[in-house]
Ligand binder design. Sequence first.
Ligand code: FES
Ligand code: FES
Length: 185
Amino acid sequence: MSDARPDDRPPPPVGTPVASGPTLVTLRVNGEVRRGLADPRMLLSDFLRHELELTGTNVGCEHGVCGACTILVDGEPARSCLMFAVQAGGAELETIEGVAGAEGLHLVQEAFREEHGLQCGFCTPGMVLMAKRLLELDPDPSEEAIREYLAGQICRCTGYVGIVASVRRAAALTASSGESTVEGR
Ligand code: FES
Ligand code: FES
């Protein structure tokens, strides 16, 4: 057993990250610049919920399995429980709070309402954001494509039938509204 005192330890190599106190994180969320303090290992999901008070992002497993915490980071789906808040500094985030417009529900949300795509609603924020992104990539996805894209989103209530129907309905509503969600069009 070494009798070396802590003070006798050699200094860490140059460039070694040193744990420090809270960091000011600045990002854009749902089109607004937001700032908050985050400890170095604070999860982005906790930052959204506790620091920015955006509690629409749900947290289930907290280790990347259930998809409940899915948001869009720079337009792409991301599990906010797998990112540190400090990693999102400078990014553009979309959470469920930003999906509806001033005129009412987004067409994807309307479709989930019409087709009973939710029961308890715990998985719904992540499902809606994933469906929204899928329709940007593919405005008329097949049932198979929907199931594959949403395969990482766990719902323990619906059996998924209503969710798939909701995404199909959202595609139809989008087409009939004349809105193109496809990137670059
Ligand atoms: S809470 Fe993030 S994937 Fe389950
Ligand atoms: S609606 Fe309850 S988990 Fe999906």
